[in-house]
Design a protein around this ligand. Sequence first.
Ligand code: SF4
Ligand code: FES
Length: 230
Amino acid sequence: MVTYPIDGIDGDMSFLEMLDVLNNDLISRGEEPVVFDHDCREGICGSCSLQINGEPHGPDRMITTCQLHMRKFNDGDTIVIEPFRAKAFPVIKDLSVDRSAFDRIQQAGGFISVNTSGNTIDANAIPIPKPDADSAFNAAACIGCGACVAACKNASAMLFTSAKVSQYALLPQGRVEATQRVLNMVEQMDKEGFGNCTNTGACEIECPKGISLENIARLNRELLSAQFKG
Ligand code: SF4
Ligand code: FES
């Protein structure tokens, strides 16, 4: 851990802008800047994953680190910033971690097969009950940031994986491969070294996109039914 004093931080600056100020200072002094991940800075991409004062994405709710403002802190505060900690998210450098384990879980089942022989059914022609469409959409809001893993005492990836399973399980297009999908995604999740879920619920509290624990219940139902079929 290194302590850096910083001046000139405005309350309207975002947390990442504060880190930009720090890095500009460090570079102008000929020192190494602090490595941290970021991309969209709009709460969309899920890159900006930092543990701030012990909480993934900091003290606010339903926002990512890039949407956190410095007015949430007091002048003179010491802010403790760490990378997300999980065996399956190895630290690359400073505050940057490798979250490619999530990509591999997604690759294991996050797709559907579509008949492109010329007889493809227009997706809009398939009636879907509104509550199912809404729940699928809510699950699809997961940005793969990893806060659920960082918040979990077991470093479990169940909230993330359940969101990915749910977004397909709720739609007719996703039912075709549903059995294999849940088996493959859960197998990959375990292979990556994530811990087991003990229904603590810290993941749901820290998730910037409001992904609900209901998705974990759905994953468990899907998995049980797939294991019987298998
Ligand atoms: S479930 Fe929430 S916390 Fe977990 S990866 Fe998705 S958006 Fe991030
Ligand atoms: S930088 Fe994309 S969500 Fe924060």
